[in-house]
Design a protein around this ligand. Structure first.
Ligand SMILES: Cc1cc2nc3c(=O)[nH]c(=O)nc-3n(C[C@H](O)[C@H](O)[C@H](O)COP(=O)(O)O)c2cc1C
Length: 314
């Protein structure tokens, strides 16, 4: 019997698939749809301290090979997601999920948000988004290695619940080494690679104009475009991080084959952004069927048999 069961942070999930934060997870109603879908788990929209409208529209466009967006962190605020999370934790304790937390204002807001969660009744997983590329005038926290270390030192001085971090893509071997060296100093439960490839530019062929309004058309890229970068980040961090830090693979998952490749690189859970936006929650039925078919064709009965076992040519 083939199983797609995934183990992650001490829990077992029916399968490794989740939404990626920012897609189909803004409201309780959307989160309910994910909870009732074929996804193994789900994550909430990245919450800032206060609710935010986000950037002017158009701010998300589907492209043939993926998507470009500059959403500007629209969300209903931390209090909304915390209340929703505590309710879920009480009413459906056997359906684990992740709360995503971001910051619009920078260091202090990250700390204040985590303090609020520490002081709340929520005990589940938190994904700290250190990689929001679409806030005008704000750098991504995780591209500043010293600030990231400083932030994690501050958070770990009071935060006692399990959490991980969502990272932007890195493109240089030295940067893989540097971020891993920072993260290995902490008792992080997981790392999620990757957020969008920041600040791409797409030009409409018919009109010679950009396709989204914010930031002169610059936006985060997701979908098929980003898979090789995502796989490299999953693989590079898996090779460098303490074995106790698990990996969520995100970026360019459109098919069961894409999911399989993220697992080969060492991911434990898999998040789907652009393709979920394009296809809706039924994407999880298809991905489960396609991944199961791959396992059966290759003679595997479980993910553990090939997870992290990517072959190289040396
Ligand atoms: C519309 C949209 C909104 C997003 N919002 C967030 C967010 O709030 N927090 C976050 O960590 N990532 C956010 N992302 C990034 C995705 O979670 C994901 O990392 C990225 O799109 C790559 O995955 P994909 O190739 O499956 O799209 C967003 C992506 C999209 C397309």
């Amino acid at each position: 019997m083939t199983t797609l069961q995934a183990t992650f942070c001490g829990q077992t999930y029916d399968n490794p698939f989740m939404n990626a934060s920012g897609v189909h997870c803004m409201t309780t109603a959307e989160l309910d749809e994910l909870a009732n879908s074929a996804a193994g788990s789900f994550v909430t929209k990245s919450a800032t301290a206060d609710s935010r409208e986000g950037n002017p529209e158009p701010r998300y466009i589907n492209l043939a090979l993926g998507s470009i967006n500059s959403m500007g962190l629209p969300n209903l605020g931390l209090a909304y997601y915390l209340a929703d999370a505590i309710k879920r934790q009480t009413e459906t304790p056997d359906v684990p999920f992740i709360m995503s937390v971001a910051s619009y204002k920078g260091f202090d807001e990250y700390v204040d948000n985590m303090r609020q969660i520490q002081d709340s009744d929520y005990t589940g997983l938190v994904e700290l988004n250190l990689s929001c590329p679409n806030v005008p005038g704000k750098p991504q926290m995780a591209y500043d290695f010293e600030d990231t270390a400083r932030l994690l030192i501050e958070i770990f001085s009071f935060y006692t619940k399990p959490f991980g971090v969502k990272l932007p893509p890195y493109f240089d071997i030295q940067h893989f080494d540097k971020i891993a060296a920072v993260l290995n100093q902490f008792d992080l439960k997981f790392v999620n690679c990757i957020n969008s490839i920041g600040n791409g530019l797409y030009i409409d062929e018919a009109t010679d104009t950009v396709v989204i309004k914010p930031k002169g058309g610059f936006g985060g890229i997701g979908g098929e475009y980003v898979k090789p970068t995502a796989l490299a980040n999953v693989r590079a961090l898996k090779q460098r991080l303490n074995p106790s830090i698990e990996i969520i693979g995100t970026g360019g998952i459109l098919t069961g084959r894409d999911a399989y490749e993220h697992l080969l690189c060492g991911a434990s859970m898999l998040q789907v952004g652009t393709q979920l936006q394009k296809e809706g929650p039924a994407v999880f039925d298809r991905l489960n069927a396609e991944l199961r078919h791959i396992l059966e064709t290759k003679g595997y009965t479980s993910i553990a048999e090939f997870k992290g076992k990517l072959a190289t040519l040396d």
